[in-house]
Design a protein around this ligand. Structure first.
Ligand code: LLP
Length: 455
């Protein structure tokens, strides 16, 4: 079908693709030989204005992704609760709030961020995480969040005690562990019995029954999250099928749960070849299409939900923001050591730790292409560790000191996982909406870093 469409002609494909709003990345070169742009803004001009390393996000691309989920699930009561951990920039939270998103938070800090960016959003926030403290629970109870996704019996007992103390009822969902295998990196897989997450699904009914006797607890829903960067829709379907079965069983016993929270985890294609052609000139021949992925995911979820008539929550993080962002870095040096060539950039593992931590792949592209043959290089940062690399033995078109490169798909778990290792101030962040670029976080200074310390 896809090939038939392509053979009909390129123009027709453009129309299909644009109307689907699912071009995978918002970075492109408006003309042959021109610098990469985000929207109408050139990455070269951003680097001049704000220096490097610099995170650049497209607000339009984030909103497109949110709408893909909202449209795909429009047939039922559904709320997209953005997983704040993926990128917790206040400006991005504000943008998503305006788009009608809810939020999935995992700490008191993330709740405070949501409240700062979107004061009216507490009722659209769910609180996940295996180690909530009493102070965090209190904060969320007072804010009146939508539900607590509870990960152990001890946590449920603490929640009941805090609710009683504050004289408010606590809505909770048990986060069940469905024992479903999801093919992803072991550090970000969560749905097997051996993982620390959730409550064994077989034990859940007894816990719901016990909670029914406590007037401070309201059994509101059930939640599940099997892991992150999961490329196939099948494991999501399998997990939700088990959860739906549990909901039916509980209903027969008189415990009517109103909400199924299907978690996050839908993956993207980090390896997708970068096509610098302007968005209007791109074809979907590369084969990865965000709209199709969301459709496939939504179909699997819908099928597994069957006749469940309650509300569906989903918690996507990466899928909403990863491809909307790039980390812009400047090449400092190119050096040869024996047989190897190293491209040393001013960004490092403290700015983007995913390659070092998960052997993750990020496409690296020059902002302005030079002529010449590609060669095999390592792209590395200045941090004093051999683990400080962005790419190893990667074929890269020629780059020289002073050139700008963009590390793609860095919008999720990039800045959010950055650190000050080697006393490196964290990067600045820019949000591009339409033709306008706005600094949403200034570059840290060394004074910022030293401020909390005493001698
Ligand atoms: N909900 C819960 C309960 C989660 O633990 C997570 C992610 C999400 C939602 C969002 O998952 P997403 O849609 O973004 O896959 N730092 C790693 C990813 C860690 C994911 C942790 N939990 C990375 O850079 O790949």
């Amino acid at each position: 079908m896809l090939y038939a469409q392509i053979s009909i002609g390129r123009f027709w494909m453009r129309v299909v693709r644009e109307s689907a709003n699912s071009s995978s990345r918002p970075f492109f070169s408006p003309a042959r030989g021109a610098a990469l742009h985000c929207g109408r803004v050139s990455l070269e001009s951003l680097a001049r204005r704000f220096s490097t390393p610099l995170y650049v996000y497209s607000g339009d691309a984030i909103m497109e992704r949110l709408r893909l989920f909202q449209r795909a699930l429009s047939g039922r009561k559904a709320l997209v609760c953005y997983a704040v951990k993926a990128n917790s920039a206040l400006a991005i939270l504000k943008l998503l709030d305006r788009g009608g998103a809810g939020f999935d938070i995992v700490s008191g800090g993330e709740l405070e961020r949501v409240l700062a960016a979107a004061p009216g959003a507490a009722g659209r926030a769910v609180f996940s995480g295996v180690g909530k403290t009493a102070a965090e629970i209190d904060l969320a109870l007072k804010a009146g969040i939508l539900e607590f996704n509870v990960e152990s019996e001890a946590e449920l007992a603490l929640l009941a005690r805090r609710a009683r103390k504050l004289k408010v009822r606590a809505r909770f969902a048990l986060r069940v562990n469905p024992d479903v295998f999801a093919d992803t990196h072991p550090y970000i897989s969560t749905g097997l019995r051996e993982h620390k997450f959730g409550i064994d699904i077989r034990r859940a009914p007894a816990i719901y029954r016990k909670a029914a006797a406590n007037g401070w607890l309201e059994a509101h829903g059930v939640s599940v999250h099997i892991g992150s960067q999961i490329r196939s829709a099948d494991p999501f379907g399998a997990a939700i099928e088990r959860v739906t079965k549990l909901v039916r069983q509980l209903r027969r016993e008189g415990i009517a749960l109103q909400v199924i929270d299907a978690g996050g985890g839908l993956g993207i294609d980090y390896h997708a070849e970068f096509d610098p052609g302007a968005p209007a000139a791109r074809s979907s021949a590369a084969g990865w299409d965000a709209a199709a992925k969301v459709q496939e995911y939504a179909a699997a979820v819908e099928k597994a939900l069957g006749d469940f008539e309650g509300r569906l929550l989903i918690e996507p993080g990466r899928f909403l923001v990863a491809q909307a962002g790039a980390l812009l870095a400047r090449v400092l040096y190119v050096k040869r050591n024996g047989k190897k060539t190293f491209v040393i950039t001013d960004a490092a593992m403290n700015d983007l730790i995913r390659p070092a931590l998960y052997q993750a792949h990020h496409e690296i592209v020059p902002v302005r292409r030079r002529a010449g043959r590609a060669r095999v290089v390592d792209v590395v940062g200045p941090v004093c560790e051999s683990g400080d690399f962005f790419a190893r033995d990667r074929k890269l078109v020629p780059v020289a000191p002073g050139d700008l490169v963009a590390l793609l798909d860095a919008g999720a778990y990039g800045m959010a996982q950055s650190s000050n290792y080697n006393t490196r101030p964290r990067a600045a962040e820019v949000l591009v909406e339409g033709g306008k670029a706005r600094l949403i976080r200034r570059r840290e200074t060394t004074a910022d870093l030293l401020a909390p310390e005493t001698i």
